[in-house]
Structure formats: structure tokens, C-alpha cells
Design a protein around this ligand. Structure first.
Ligand SMILES: *Cc1c(COP(=O)(O)O)cnc(C)c1O
Length: 395
């Protein structure tokens, strides 16, 4: 099919839930993507913070191919080695106790919510527990995850959502305290808010929420679906805050493109769910878990975290200079390789101007340009990005 035909067929046949960029992507190599006309793009979106290792990584691809030829799927009625290994490794990496693999981020959130509710049910036998979530949060599109997503625009048409959800202001401990009742079973938040506009949690806030949870025997659910897996220079962002979650969610870069997510339980919550409580047909299948294992292998072998620490300091500087030089940039916010520039120009126009010049960059809520590049970017890549972005902002 020709490029235009592909777009027409897609528009005619797919349910129109996305306003897509008007290009057709064909292949990827390293931090570059190519469209069907052969045009090259520097990718600062990484498939929405997914492709941490860059495209066409030989070791990753070979690992997947080997697993495809061996065994793709078994269901969870049987054991398989990739799942056992991936489970042990992700448990070790996070310091949590047990993991449940899902197919997506939103499913990880569903599992986390169910785990929290069951934990509270076992404690007092009640079925009217409440969860506190944050304004400007994003946790996914399925009904449970949508219920804790603090964005009226996403929720409005889909009520009634699950009951018992209260919203508080992110980075405002008093607001969270005010939302606590005897029925509160969990507080859910992103360690760094992504989709909501790139807001890193403050240390005081996260430590304050942790302390509040300990005092009131409430579970802390940290959603690191976007900010986890090395993006902030540690495997998970909470490591930098001196707090630990009772339940953790991860996805996006966990499989680097093969759909896989997970929720993890600590000592307190690891035995709550029992056979019959939760399940998934695909979740944690051998192919998905082979991807997780390969991703962790490559992280360790190539010292990805070290690159994130070095390159992010450089990128922050470059973005700060852009923020200084352009009146249309209100603020830079972020933690290492999850960064945002809040603009006063319409962000969509800037995205399109960048795209024309060969830079793929996406946005977040609140007119924010979002930078979530592959974790393997170099200084040269950052310089190239800056040059294109400056030209787009000047126009
Ligand atoms: C993307 C995202 C989700 C949802 O993940 P999906 O795989 O799109 O379902 C949940 N929470 C956060 C923080 C996210 O960034």
C-alpha cells in the first residue's frame, strides 16, 4: 500500500480514538525511526516511554526470535522458565516480594486496586473501602484505572465509575490528609506524574504520604508505569525518595515493546490474592517474559542507568537554556529522562513543526512538551533535538 492509502485504510477501519501524526512509520534503528517515504526521524518519544533500548537492538531481537521458535504461550495453568526467571529478577530489582504479570499498564493498575481492596476486606470484612488518588494523575483507560485517573475529560462520559474514590492534590500532603477516612484502604500516586504534565513528586510529599500510610495502616500504591525502569536514573524512581510502596505497578519499558506490565506486592500484601481472586490468559507468557529478561540483561550489561544519569544532566542543561532563550517556554520540569517544557504556544503546533524537521516529540496535559527519549541517547542526539526544537519554536 502507498503511504496515503495506508492512512486512509487505517482511518476507515480503526475506531477513531487517536488523532495521529500524518506519517506512516516503517522501521526503526537505534534512536531513529523511518517512515514509508524513507524520511528519518530522531525519536524523543520512544513509543511513549516504552522503547528504552532503542530500535532494532540485536540482542533483544535475537532473544525474542529464539523464544518465538521455542514457545510463545502456555497460559498460567503451567509453569514456564522465562516467567519464573523474570519474576525472580523483577522482585530482586524492586525489593518487593512477589509479582503478577499483566499485558498492559492499565491491567497492572486493575490488579493493584483489587489487591488493595482484598487486603482491606481481609482486615475488617467490609466492602466499602475508599482509595485516594491524585488530581492530574493518569493510571489508564480501563474502568478501575480510569476511576483513579484525576482527569474529568477522560472520565466524563463513562460513569458510573467505581465508587469510593477521593481525589487530593499532588505534592500537597494536607490535601491528602484531609481525604483520609476510616474507610481509606489505599493511596495511589505516580512517583513522577507523566501524562498529567510531568510533575516529579517532592521528597517531603512522598515521605509524608508514606508516613501517613504507616500511621493509619493504609497501603501505598506507587504507579511507576511511565517513570520506572531506569528512566529516572535508578531502576525505580522511589529509590531516590527513601520510600517503598506496598504495591508497585510497572509496564511501558518493562518489555520494551512486547506488551507486558506487572504489579508487585511487598511482605504485607504478597499473600492476599489466592487462586480464584485474579487471573489473565496471556499475562506473563513465555514471549513477554523473555522480553523482560532480555531487557534486564541489557540494562545490566550496558549500564543503562549510568547513561541516564550522565545524559540527563546534559539534557536538563540544554532544556534550561531553551527555557531561558524562548519566552514561549514557561517552565522546565522533570526528573532525569522524563522531562517537560510547559509552553504558552499551542503544543500541538510545535509537535508538528518538529515532525516536519525530523524530530518526533509528544505532549502531556497542560500544554507540555514531553521528553521521554530512549535511555540510550547520546549528547549528539540531545544536540540534534535542541537544534530542531529551537528552529520550531523560532518559527
Ligand atoms: C501509560 C500509563 C498507564 C497505562 O498504561 P497502558 O499500558 O497504556 O494501559 C498507567 N499509568 C501510567 C503512569 C502511565 O504512564
Amino acid at each position: 500500500m502507498k503511504t496515503n492509502e495506508i492512512m486512509d485504510v487505517a482511518e476507515a477501519s480503526l475506531i477513531h480514538t487517536y488523532n495521529r501524526f500524518k506519517i506512516v512509520l516503517d522501521k526503526g534503528d537505534g534512536v531513529y525511526l523511518y517512515d514509508t517515504d524513507g524520511k528519518k526521524y530522531l525519536d524523543f518519544a520512544a513509543g511513549i516511554a516504552v522503547f528504552a533500548l532503542g530500535y532494532n537492538n540485536k540482542e533483544y531481537n535475537d532473544g525474542l526470535k529464539a523464544q518465538i521458535d521455542k514457545l510463545i504461550h502456555t497460559s498460567n495453568l503451567f509453569y514456564n522458565e522465562p516467567a519464573a526467571t523474570a519474576a525472580r529478577r523483577i522482585v530482586q530489582l524492586t525489593g518487593m516480594s512477589r509479582v503478577f504479570f499483566t499485558n498492559s499498564g492499565t491491567e497492572a493498575i486493575e490488579g493493584a486496586i483489587k489487591l488493595a481492596k482484598k487486603w482491606a476486606f481481609l482486615k475488617d470484612g467490609n466492602t466499602d473501602h475508599e482509595i485516594i488518588a491524585m488530581n492530574h494523575s493518569f493510571h489508564g483507560r480501563s474502568m478501575g484505572a480510569l476511576s483513579v485517573t484525576g482527569n474529568k475529560k477522560y472520565q466524563e462520559a463513562f460513569g458510573p465509575l467505581i465508587p469510593g474514590i477521593k481525589f487530593a492534590d499532588y505534592n500537597n500532603l494536607e490535601s491528602v490528609k484531609a481525604a483520609v477516612t476510616d474507610k481509606t484502604c489505599a493511596i495511589i500516586l505516580e512517583t513522577v506524574q507523566g501524562e498529567g504534565g510531568i510533575y516529579p513528586g517532592t521528597k517531603e510529599f512522598l515521605q509524608g504520604v508514606r508516613k501517613l500510610c504507616d500511621e493509619k495502616d493504609i497501603l501505598l500504591i506507587l504507579d511507576e508505569i511511565q517513570c520506572g525502569m531506569g528512566r529516572t536514573g535508578t531502576m525505580f524512581a522511589y529509590e531516590q525518595y527513601g520510600v517503598k510502596p506496598d504495591i508497585l505497578t510497572t509496564a511501558k519499558a518493562l518489555g520494551c515493546g512486547v506488551p507486558v506490565g506487572a504489579f508487585l506486592a511487598n511482605e504485607k500484601t504478597k499473600d492476599v490474592l489466592v487462586p480464584g481472586d485474579h487471573g489473565t490468559t496471556y499475562g506473563g507468557n513465555p514471549l513477554a517474559c523473555a522480553a523482560v529478561n532480555k531487557v534486564i540483561d541489557i540494562f545490566e550489561k550496558n549500564d543503562i542507568l549510568d547513561n541516564v544519569k550522565k545524559i540527563s544532566a546534559y539534557m536538563e542543561n540544554v532544556l534550561d537554556k531553551i527555557a531561558d532563550d524562548f519566552d514561549c517556554v514557561k517552565e522546565r520540569r522533570g526528573l532525569r529522562l522524563i522531562q517537560g517544557l510547559e509552553l504558552t504556544l499551542p503544543v500541538g503546533e510545535v509537535e508538528n513543526k518538529c515532525l516536519e524537521r525530523g524530530l518526533i516529540i509528544i505532549s502531556a496535559s497542560g500544554n507540555v512538551l514531553r521528553f521521554v527519549p530512549p535511555l540510550v541517547i547520546t549528547k549528539e542526539n540531545v544536540d540534534e533535538m535542541a537544534e530542531i526544537l529551537r528552529a520550531a519554536l523560532s518559527e
